[in-house]
Design a protein around this ligand. Structure first.
Ligand code: UD1
Ligand code: UDP
Length: 375
Protein backbone atom coordinates (compact mmCIF):
# COMPACT_ATOMS: atom_id res chain seq x y z
CA UNK A 1 0.00 0.00 0.00
CA UNK A 2 1.45 3.38 -1.00
CA UNK A 3 2.01 5.75 1.86
CA UNK A 4 1.31 9.47 1.47
CA UNK A 5 2.03 12.35 3.81
CA UNK A 6 -0.25 15.38 3.62
CA UNK A 7 1.11 18.47 5.37
CA UNK A 8 -0.94 21.59 6.01
CA UNK A 9 -1.00 24.43 8.51
CA UNK A 10 -3.55 27.09 7.62
CA UNK A 11 -7.33 27.27 7.27
CA UNK A 12 -7.47 27.37 3.46
CA UNK A 13 -4.98 24.53 3.01
CA UNK A 14 -7.10 22.34 5.30
CA UNK A 15 -10.34 23.17 3.45
CA UNK A 16 -8.70 22.40 0.11
CA UNK A 17 -6.71 19.29 1.08
CA UNK A 18 -9.18 17.36 3.23
CA UNK A 19 -11.32 16.32 0.21
CA UNK A 20 -8.20 14.69 -1.27
CA UNK A 21 -7.20 13.09 2.05
CA UNK A 22 -10.64 11.50 2.34
CA UNK A 23 -10.70 10.41 -1.29
CA UNK A 24 -7.33 8.63 -1.06
CA UNK A 25 -8.13 7.07 2.32
CA UNK A 26 -11.26 5.52 0.84
CA UNK A 27 -9.23 4.08 -2.04
CA UNK A 28 -6.39 1.83 -0.90
CA UNK A 29 -3.86 4.50 0.08
CA UNK A 30 -2.31 4.90 3.49
CA UNK A 31 -2.62 8.62 4.17
CA UNK A 32 -1.08 10.35 7.16
CA UNK A 33 -1.83 13.96 8.01
CA UNK A 34 0.63 16.36 9.57
CA UNK A 35 -0.62 19.73 10.78
CA UNK A 36 2.14 22.26 11.33
CA UNK A 37 -0.07 24.50 13.44
CA UNK A 38 0.89 27.56 11.38
CA UNK A 39 -2.70 28.43 12.31
CA UNK A 40 -4.26 27.21 15.54
CA UNK A 41 -7.94 28.02 16.24
CA UNK A 42 -8.70 28.72 12.56
CA UNK A 43 -7.23 25.35 11.56
CA UNK A 44 -8.96 23.50 14.39
CA UNK A 45 -12.35 24.78 13.16
CA UNK A 46 -11.80 23.03 9.82
CA UNK A 47 -10.45 19.81 11.37
CA UNK A 48 -13.49 19.65 13.65
CA UNK A 49 -15.93 20.24 10.84
CA UNK A 50 -14.48 17.45 8.70
CA UNK A 51 -13.68 15.16 11.69
CA UNK A 52 -9.99 14.90 10.79
CA UNK A 53 -7.56 13.82 13.48
CA UNK A 54 -3.92 14.59 12.52
CA UNK A 55 -1.32 11.83 12.83
CA UNK A 56 1.41 14.40 13.54
CA UNK A 57 0.90 17.81 15.15
CA UNK A 58 3.82 20.21 15.14
CA UNK A 59 1.95 23.00 17.01
CA UNK A 60 4.29 25.72 15.79
CA UNK A 61 2.10 28.84 15.91
CA UNK A 62 3.46 31.85 17.79
CA UNK A 63 1.71 35.18 18.22
CA UNK A 64 2.91 37.56 15.49
CA UNK A 65 5.19 34.90 14.01
CA UNK A 66 7.63 36.13 11.37
CA UNK A 67 7.92 34.46 7.98
CA UNK A 68 11.37 33.16 8.94
CA UNK A 69 9.96 31.71 12.19
CA UNK A 70 7.34 29.67 10.33
CA UNK A 71 9.57 28.60 7.47
CA UNK A 72 12.46 27.42 9.62
CA UNK A 73 10.33 25.66 12.22
CA UNK A 74 8.22 23.84 9.59
CA UNK A 75 11.39 22.75 7.77
CA UNK A 76 12.83 21.26 10.96
CA UNK A 77 9.55 19.76 12.16
CA UNK A 78 8.71 18.01 8.88
CA UNK A 79 12.31 16.85 8.53
CA UNK A 80 11.98 14.90 11.80
CA UNK A 81 8.83 13.16 10.57
CA UNK A 82 10.47 12.23 7.28
CA UNK A 83 13.47 10.83 9.16
CA UNK A 84 11.26 8.77 11.45
CA UNK A 85 8.87 7.32 8.88
CA UNK A 86 9.11 6.35 5.23
CA UNK A 87 6.65 7.85 2.72
CA UNK A 88 6.19 7.40 -1.03
CA UNK A 89 4.98 10.93 -1.68
CA UNK A 90 4.50 14.24 0.15
CA UNK A 91 1.50 16.45 -0.65
CA UNK A 92 1.52 20.22 -0.23
CA UNK A 93 -1.03 22.83 -1.21
CA UNK A 94 -0.87 26.30 -2.70
CA UNK A 95 1.53 28.96 -1.53
CA UNK A 96 1.83 29.16 2.24
CA UNK A 97 5.03 29.06 4.27
CA UNK A 98 3.97 25.59 5.45
CA UNK A 99 3.74 24.40 1.84
CA UNK A 100 7.08 25.90 0.79
CA UNK A 101 9.05 24.63 3.82
CA UNK A 102 7.46 21.17 3.53
CA UNK A 103 8.33 20.86 -0.14
CA UNK A 104 11.91 21.82 0.69
CA UNK A 105 12.07 19.22 3.49
CA UNK A 106 10.68 16.54 1.15
CA UNK A 107 13.16 17.54 -1.56
CA UNK A 108 16.06 17.18 0.91
CA UNK A 109 14.82 13.61 1.49
CA UNK A 110 14.59 13.06 -2.30
CA UNK A 111 10.88 12.33 -1.95
CA UNK A 112 8.44 13.19 -4.75
CA UNK A 113 6.41 16.29 -3.97
CA UNK A 114 2.80 16.49 -5.19
CA UNK A 115 1.55 20.08 -5.38
CA UNK A 116 -2.18 20.74 -5.29
CA UNK A 117 -3.31 24.10 -6.73
CA UNK A 118 -0.12 24.37 -8.76
CA UNK A 119 0.62 27.03 -11.36
CA UNK A 120 -1.12 30.13 -9.98
CA UNK A 121 0.93 33.22 -10.78
CA UNK A 122 0.89 37.00 -10.71
CA UNK A 123 4.60 37.21 -11.60
CA UNK A 124 4.92 40.02 -9.06
CA UNK A 125 7.08 38.66 -6.23
CA UNK A 126 5.74 41.27 -3.81
CA UNK A 127 2.06 40.79 -4.58
CA UNK A 128 0.85 38.58 -3.02
CA UNK A 129 3.75 38.56 -0.59
CA UNK A 130 5.30 36.14 0.22
CA UNK A 131 2.93 33.73 -1.57
CA UNK A 132 4.04 34.45 -5.16
CA UNK A 133 7.62 33.51 -4.25
CA UNK A 134 6.43 30.43 -2.34
CA UNK A 135 4.47 29.13 -5.36
CA UNK A 136 7.31 29.60 -7.79
CA UNK A 137 9.77 27.94 -5.41
CA UNK A 138 7.42 25.03 -4.73
CA UNK A 139 7.03 24.42 -8.48
CA UNK A 140 10.80 24.00 -8.77
CA UNK A 141 10.75 21.29 -6.08
CA UNK A 142 7.61 19.49 -7.27
CA UNK A 143 7.28 16.29 -9.27
CA UNK A 144 3.48 16.12 -9.71
CA UNK A 145 1.73 19.42 -10.47
CA UNK A 146 -2.05 19.29 -9.93
CA UNK A 147 -3.15 22.50 -11.67
CA UNK A 148 -6.70 23.73 -11.04
CA UNK A 149 -7.24 25.29 -14.49
CA UNK A 150 -5.80 25.36 -18.00
CA UNK A 151 -4.45 28.86 -17.31
CA UNK A 152 -2.47 27.53 -14.34
CA UNK A 153 -1.17 24.63 -16.44
CA UNK A 154 -0.13 27.09 -19.18
CA UNK A 155 1.90 29.08 -16.64
CA UNK A 156 3.80 25.93 -15.71
CA UNK A 157 4.39 24.99 -19.35
CA UNK A 158 5.66 28.51 -20.05
CA UNK A 159 8.17 28.05 -17.24
CA UNK A 160 9.43 24.86 -18.85
CA UNK A 161 7.53 22.32 -16.75
CA UNK A 162 6.52 19.78 -19.37
CA UNK A 163 5.84 16.57 -17.48
CA UNK A 164 3.28 15.56 -14.88
CA UNK A 165 1.05 18.64 -15.15
CA UNK A 166 -2.51 17.48 -14.53
CA UNK A 167 -5.56 19.76 -14.81
CA UNK A 168 -7.99 18.80 -12.06
CA UNK A 169 -10.25 21.72 -11.16
CA UNK A 170 -9.87 23.28 -7.74
CA UNK A 171 -10.41 21.04 -4.73
CA UNK A 172 -12.10 23.96 -2.95
CA UNK A 173 -15.15 23.28 -5.11
CA UNK A 174 -15.16 19.67 -3.87
CA UNK A 175 -15.29 21.01 -0.31
CA UNK A 176 -17.87 23.66 -1.18
CA UNK A 177 -20.25 21.26 -2.94
CA UNK A 178 -19.96 18.75 -0.12
CA UNK A 179 -20.90 21.37 2.46
CA UNK A 180 -23.70 22.84 0.33
CA UNK A 181 -25.29 19.59 -0.78
CA UNK A 182 -24.77 17.41 2.27
CA UNK A 183 -25.24 19.94 5.06
CA UNK A 184 -26.54 23.38 4.08
CA UNK A 185 -29.38 22.67 1.62
CA UNK A 186 -31.05 20.04 3.84
CA UNK A 187 -30.77 22.20 7.01
CA UNK A 188 -31.03 25.87 5.99
CA UNK A 189 -33.59 26.85 8.61
CA UNK A 190 -31.79 25.18 11.52
CA UNK A 191 -28.47 26.66 10.44
CA UNK A 192 -29.86 30.15 10.32
CA UNK A 193 -31.37 29.74 13.79
CA UNK A 194 -28.09 28.40 15.12
CA UNK A 195 -26.16 31.35 13.69
CA UNK A 196 -28.60 33.87 15.16
CA UNK A 197 -28.49 32.15 18.56
CA UNK A 198 -24.70 32.22 18.56
CA UNK A 199 -24.37 35.76 17.16
CA UNK A 200 -27.60 37.65 18.06
CA UNK A 201 -26.50 40.64 15.94
CA UNK A 202 -27.13 38.50 12.84
CA UNK A 203 -30.87 38.66 13.51
CA UNK A 204 -30.98 42.20 12.07
CA UNK A 205 -28.43 41.35 9.40
CA UNK A 206 -30.56 38.55 7.96
CA UNK A 207 -33.50 40.95 7.63
CA UNK A 208 -31.68 43.23 5.20
CA UNK A 209 -29.08 43.16 2.42
CA UNK A 210 -25.58 42.58 3.69
CA UNK A 211 -22.03 42.76 2.39
CA UNK A 212 -19.72 40.02 3.62
CA UNK A 213 -16.08 41.05 4.13
CA UNK A 214 -12.78 39.34 4.83
CA UNK A 215 -9.24 40.73 4.71
CA UNK A 216 -5.87 39.55 5.90
CA UNK A 217 -3.13 39.84 3.26
CA UNK A 218 0.30 40.75 4.58
CA UNK A 219 1.24 42.92 1.59
CA UNK A 220 -1.59 45.36 2.45
CA UNK A 221 -0.54 45.86 6.08
CA UNK A 222 0.05 49.54 6.81
CA UNK A 223 -1.64 52.33 4.87
CA UNK A 224 -3.42 50.07 2.36
CA UNK A 225 -5.15 48.01 5.04
CA UNK A 226 -6.19 51.17 6.89
CA UNK A 227 -7.65 52.62 3.65
CA UNK A 228 -9.65 49.44 3.04
CA UNK A 229 -11.11 49.64 6.56
CA UNK A 230 -11.88 53.33 6.15
CA UNK A 231 -13.69 52.52 2.91
CA UNK A 232 -15.82 49.91 4.72
CA UNK A 233 -16.69 52.45 7.40
CA UNK A 234 -17.69 55.02 4.79
CA UNK A 235 -19.84 52.46 2.94
CA UNK A 236 -21.66 51.54 6.17
CA UNK A 237 -22.18 55.18 7.19
CA UNK A 238 -23.56 56.12 3.76
CA UNK A 239 -25.93 53.13 3.57
CA UNK A 240 -27.94 52.71 6.77
CA UNK A 241 -30.20 50.16 5.14
CA UNK A 242 -27.42 47.60 4.60
CA UNK A 243 -25.12 45.70 6.95
CA UNK A 244 -21.43 44.94 6.65
CA UNK A 245 -20.53 41.57 8.19
CA UNK A 246 -16.84 40.93 8.82
CA UNK A 247 -15.51 37.71 10.43
CA UNK A 248 -12.10 39.02 11.46
CA UNK A 249 -8.93 36.97 10.85
CA UNK A 250 -6.97 36.28 14.08
CA UNK A 251 -3.77 37.95 12.93
CA UNK A 252 -3.20 40.51 15.74
CA UNK A 253 -2.44 43.27 13.24
CA UNK A 254 -5.74 42.68 11.46
CA UNK A 255 -7.67 42.43 14.74
CA UNK A 256 -6.26 45.73 16.05
CA UNK A 257 -6.84 47.82 12.94
CA UNK A 258 -10.31 46.41 12.21
CA UNK A 259 -11.56 46.85 15.77
CA UNK A 260 -10.10 50.34 16.01
CA UNK A 261 -11.68 51.63 12.79
CA UNK A 262 -14.87 49.54 12.53
CA UNK A 263 -15.54 48.56 16.15
CA UNK A 264 -18.41 50.90 16.93
CA UNK A 265 -20.29 51.46 13.70
CA UNK A 266 -23.93 50.41 14.21
CA UNK A 267 -24.44 48.57 10.95
CA UNK A 268 -21.06 46.82 10.95
CA UNK A 269 -21.09 43.41 12.56
CA UNK A 270 -17.63 42.11 13.51
CA UNK A 271 -17.46 38.37 14.17
CA UNK A 272 -14.72 35.90 15.06
CA UNK A 273 -13.47 33.68 12.22
CA UNK A 274 -16.35 31.34 11.44
CA UNK A 275 -16.36 27.59 10.94
CA UNK A 276 -16.44 26.77 7.22
CA UNK A 277 -20.07 25.65 7.29
CA UNK A 278 -21.31 28.88 8.83
CA UNK A 279 -19.11 30.96 6.55
CA UNK A 280 -20.43 29.28 3.39
CA UNK A 281 -23.97 29.90 4.66
CA UNK A 282 -23.16 33.60 5.09
CA UNK A 283 -21.56 33.78 1.64
CA UNK A 284 -24.51 32.12 -0.03
CA UNK A 285 -26.99 34.60 1.48
CA UNK A 286 -24.93 37.77 1.03
CA UNK A 287 -25.59 40.48 -1.56
CA UNK A 288 -21.94 41.23 -2.27
CA UNK A 289 -18.55 40.04 -1.02
CA UNK A 290 -15.51 42.27 -0.47
CA UNK A 291 -12.36 40.26 0.14
CA UNK A 292 -8.67 39.73 -0.49
CA UNK A 293 -8.96 35.97 0.02
CA UNK A 294 -7.87 33.60 -2.72
CA UNK A 295 -10.29 30.82 -1.79
CA UNK A 296 -13.31 33.10 -1.68
CA UNK A 297 -12.59 34.35 -5.22
CA UNK A 298 -12.92 30.71 -6.29
CA UNK A 299 -15.98 29.79 -4.21
CA UNK A 300 -18.23 32.81 -4.71
CA UNK A 301 -18.70 32.34 -8.50
CA UNK A 302 -20.33 28.96 -7.75
CA UNK A 303 -22.78 30.74 -5.49
CA UNK A 304 -23.54 33.55 -7.93
CA UNK A 305 -22.31 36.26 -5.57
CA UNK A 306 -20.22 39.08 -7.10
CA UNK A 307 -16.82 39.59 -5.45
CA UNK A 308 -14.90 42.85 -5.20
CA UNK A 309 -11.23 42.07 -4.59
CA UNK A 310 -9.29 44.56 -2.45
CA UNK A 311 -5.93 43.81 -4.02
CA UNK A 312 -3.71 45.25 -6.73
CA UNK A 313 -3.30 41.93 -8.53
CA UNK A 314 -5.04 38.59 -8.71
CA UNK A 315 -3.93 35.17 -9.88
CA UNK A 316 -7.62 34.16 -10.25
CA UNK A 317 -7.61 35.27 -13.89
CA UNK A 318 -10.44 32.92 -14.88
CA UNK A 319 -12.88 34.56 -12.48
CA UNK A 320 -11.78 37.99 -13.69
CA UNK A 321 -12.40 36.97 -17.30
CA UNK A 322 -15.80 35.46 -16.42
CA UNK A 323 -16.73 38.77 -14.75
CA UNK A 324 -17.53 37.14 -11.41
CA UNK A 325 -14.79 39.03 -9.57
CA UNK A 326 -13.57 42.58 -10.00
CA UNK A 327 -10.28 44.06 -8.80
CA UNK A 328 -11.01 47.25 -6.87
CA UNK A 329 -7.53 47.94 -5.50
CA UNK A 330 -6.83 49.44 -2.10
CA UNK A 331 -7.76 53.10 -2.51
CA UNK A 332 -10.58 54.26 -0.23
CA UNK A 333 -12.43 56.45 -2.77
CA UNK A 334 -12.19 53.86 -5.53
CA UNK A 335 -13.58 51.13 -3.28
CA UNK A 336 -16.44 53.35 -2.05
CA UNK A 337 -17.37 54.43 -5.60
CA UNK A 338 -17.46 50.90 -6.99
CA UNK A 339 -19.40 49.47 -4.03
CA UNK A 340 -21.93 52.29 -4.35
CA UNK A 341 -22.42 51.38 -8.02
CA UNK A 342 -22.99 47.72 -7.09
CA UNK A 343 -25.55 48.76 -4.48
CA UNK A 344 -27.55 50.92 -6.85
CA UNK A 345 -27.02 49.74 -10.44
CA UNK A 346 -28.93 46.52 -11.09
CA UNK A 347 -27.43 45.97 -14.51
CA UNK A 348 -23.89 46.19 -13.20
CA UNK A 349 -24.72 44.02 -10.21
CA UNK A 350 -26.05 41.25 -12.45
CA UNK A 351 -24.92 38.22 -10.41
CA UNK A 352 -23.43 35.54 -12.65
CA UNK A 353 -23.47 31.96 -11.53
CA UNK A 354 -20.60 30.58 -13.60
CA UNK A 355 -17.84 28.55 -12.15
CA UNK A 356 -14.43 28.41 -13.78
CA UNK A 357 -12.89 26.43 -10.92
CA UNK A 358 -14.31 22.98 -11.37
CA UNK A 359 -17.15 20.56 -10.96
CA UNK A 360 -16.40 19.25 -7.48
CA UNK A 361 -14.46 16.26 -8.85
CA UNK A 362 -10.88 17.51 -8.54
CA UNK A 363 -10.08 14.88 -5.88
CA UNK A 364 -11.35 12.13 -8.20
CA UNK A 365 -8.94 13.30 -10.91
CA UNK A 366 -6.03 13.33 -8.47
CA UNK A 367 -6.95 9.80 -7.38
CA UNK A 368 -7.19 8.57 -11.00
CA UNK A 369 -3.78 10.00 -11.81
CA UNK A 370 -2.17 8.36 -8.77
CA UNK A 371 -3.82 5.05 -9.62
CA UNK A 372 -2.26 5.29 -13.09
CA UNK A 373 1.25 5.95 -11.85
CA UNK A 374 1.13 3.28 -9.15
CA UNK A 375 -0.62 0.63 -11.29
C1 UD1 B 1 -1.32 32.64 6.15
C2 UD1 B 1 -0.66 32.42 4.78
C3 UD1 B 1 -1.52 33.04 3.70
C4 UD1 B 1 -2.94 32.51 3.76
C5 UD1 B 1 -3.48 32.77 5.16
C6 UD1 B 1 -4.87 32.18 5.29
C7 UD1 B 1 1.78 32.46 4.68
C8 UD1 B 1 2.99 33.26 4.54
N1 UD1 B 1 0.62 33.12 4.75
O1 UD1 B 1 -1.30 34.04 6.40
O2 UD1 B 1 -0.97 32.70 2.42
O3 UD1 B 1 -3.72 33.21 2.82
O4 UD1 B 1 -2.63 32.13 6.13
O5 UD1 B 1 -5.56 32.71 6.35
O6 UD1 B 1 1.86 31.26 4.76
N2 UD1 B 1 -3.35 33.51 14.28
C9 UD1 B 1 -3.95 33.03 15.42
N3 UD1 B 1 -4.73 31.89 15.33
C10 UD1 B 1 -4.95 31.26 14.16
C11 UD1 B 1 -4.35 31.78 12.99
C12 UD1 B 1 -3.54 32.89 13.05
O7 UD1 B 1 -3.79 33.58 16.49
O8 UD1 B 1 -5.66 30.26 14.14
C13 UD1 B 1 -2.49 34.72 14.36
C14 UD1 B 1 -1.13 34.46 15.03
O9 UD1 B 1 -0.78 35.56 15.80
C15 UD1 B 1 -0.19 34.37 13.81
C16 UD1 B 1 -0.83 35.38 12.88
O10 UD1 B 1 -2.24 35.20 13.05
O11 UD1 B 1 1.13 34.73 14.17
C17 UD1 B 1 -0.47 35.25 11.43
O12 UD1 B 1 -0.63 33.93 10.95
P1 UD1 B 1 0.29 33.43 9.69
O13 UD1 B 1 -0.06 32.04 9.36
O14 UD1 B 1 1.69 33.76 9.97
O15 UD1 B 1 -0.13 34.38 8.53
P2 UD1 B 1 -1.51 34.67 7.84
O16 UD1 B 1 -1.54 36.13 7.65
O17 UD1 B 1 -2.61 34.00 8.56
N1 UDP C 1 -13.45 30.99 5.54
C1 UDP C 1 -13.99 30.38 6.68
N2 UDP C 1 -14.32 31.18 7.74
C2 UDP C 1 -14.15 32.52 7.74
C3 UDP C 1 -13.56 33.12 6.58
C4 UDP C 1 -13.22 32.32 5.51
O1 UDP C 1 -14.17 29.17 6.73
O2 UDP C 1 -14.48 33.18 8.72
C5 UDP C 1 -13.05 30.11 4.40
C6 UDP C 1 -13.44 30.58 3.03
O3 UDP C 1 -14.70 30.10 2.63
C7 UDP C 1 -12.32 30.00 2.15
C8 UDP C 1 -11.12 30.03 3.08
O4 UDP C 1 -11.64 30.09 4.41
O5 UDP C 1 -12.56 28.66 1.81
C9 UDP C 1 -10.26 31.22 2.79
O6 UDP C 1 -9.30 31.35 3.78
P1 UDP C 1 -8.40 32.65 3.95
O7 UDP C 1 -9.14 33.84 3.48
O8 UDP C 1 -7.90 32.61 5.34
O9 UDP C 1 -7.16 32.33 3.01
P2 UDP C 1 -6.86 32.54 1.45
O10 UDP C 1 -7.96 31.95 0.66
O11 UDP C 1 -6.70 34.00 1.22
O12 UDP C 1 -5.56 31.84 1.25
Amino acid sequence: MKKMLFVFGTRPEAIKMIPVVNKLRNNRYCVKVCTTGQHKEMLQQVLDMFSIKPDFELELMKQNQSLSDITSSVLQGVDKILLAEKFDMVFVHGDTSTAFATSLAAFYHKLPVAHIEAGLRTYNLYNPWPEEANRQLISKLTKYHFAPTTEAAKNLHREGVENNVIITGNTVIDALYFVLNEIIYPNEKELKEKLVNTYPKLNNVFQSRYILVTGHRRETFGLDFIEICQALKQIALSNHNIYVVYPVHLNPYVQNVVREILGDVNNICLLPPLPYLEFVFLMKNSYLIITDSGGIQEEAPSLGIPVLVTRKTTERIEALQAGTIRLVGVNKDDICDIVQQYLTDNQLYCAKQTNPYGDGKASDRILEYLNDIFE
